[in-house]
Write a protein that binds this ligand. Structure first.
Ligand SMILES: CC(=O)OC[C@H](N)C(=O)O
Length: 280
């Protein structure tokens, strides 16, 4: 009975001992932010002036990641050293992908001045950069850490991208608040989404775990604000445009234009019900 104080304390001690192997989120996020600062100078708090300095920072990051992975050791698919090597070998490619995302955001937003501004200020850039790093760890079968990173980005930006989602090159999220991209979503190249877009599951039954629950978005699709696209079998064909607030649970072919246009009434006559509701 947890209502008994002694039992409650014992229960808390046991649960702390049970999770002692889990690395504190603040430590693992310090690694993530240190890595982003090294890769993207507009995010950095210090100027790095030489190759030696870059190499020094890389070595520190490598040993930080090894330390973090060491705490997860019993659940890892491989030794921390070998995962760290695979991670840092893949880093140049991931860096290029993230720079392609920054250029796509700049090219896709008339309000963007240059890629430095995008890197420094755009929540869509930050969330996608973190997603790409988390996805690499996810592909290396690292437990927990990818989710810690995606939730770190979610907290900072309001953009929730599951590290298991597969996202092609030059992905642009503009504004971004409220975007949700589920674990089994597949997104092609040159896709652009606005705030409040959900790529979600049509059913959230636990029995659906390990099945394709989230939609596939093909190349060059634009999805406007507030659109909800659901279901693992739902495919949005390439070059389609999904309008704001669309609710879509079935596939649409390439070059579709999908709009949600509820009837809007504009009246200049005073509306008595409006006056009553708002005069309270
Ligand atoms: C994004 C989404 O549909 O989430 C629902 C649930 N977490 C799932 O992954 O199925």
């Amino acid at each position: 009975m947890l209502t008994d104080k002694k039992n409650f304390i014992e229960h808390l001690v046991n649960s702390h001992l049970h999770t002692a192997h889990v690395v504190p989120p603040s430590v693992s996020c310090a690694f993530l932010d240190g890595l982003l600062q090294l890769l993207f100078p507009p995010l950095s708090e210090q100027v790095i002036k030489s190759g030696d300095e870059v190499e020094h920072h890389l070595r520190v990051l490598e040993s930080d990641l090894e330390l973090i992975l060491g705490k997860l050791q019993e659940r890892l698919p491989d030794s921390p050293t070998s995962i760290v090597n695979s991670f840092f070998n893949a880093l140049p490619e991931v860096y290029e992908q993230i720079m392609d995302d920054a250029r796509a955001i700049e090219a896709g937003d008339p309000a963007a001045v240059n890629t430095d501004e995008v890197i420094r200020t755009y929540p869509g850039f930050y969330a996608v950069a973190v997603y790409r790093i988390a996805h690499l760890l996810y592909q290396l079968d690292v437990p927990l850490l990818p989710r810690i990173y995606s939730e770190h980005a979610h907290t900072k930006t309001g953009i929730d991208i599951h590290p298991g989602a597969k996202i092609g090159t030059a992905f642009c999220i503009d504004h971004g608040t409220g975007v949700v991209i589920g674990e089994t979503a597949i997104i092609g190249n040159h896709v652009k989404v606005y705030q409040g877009v959900t790529l979600g599951a049509a059913s959230v039954d636990k029995a659906m775990a390990n099945t394709k629950r989230h939609p596939t978005i093909e190349d060059n699709v634009v999805i406007y604000a507030g659109a909800t696209i659901l279901g693992g079998k739902t495919v949005v064909g390439r070059h389609s445009l999904i309008g704001g607030n669309v609710w879509l649970t079935e596939s649409v072919p390439a070059y579709s234009r999908v709009y949600h246009r509820p009837q809007i009434k504009v009246s200049q006559k005073p509306d008595p019900s409006y006056l009553i509701n708002f005069s309270i």
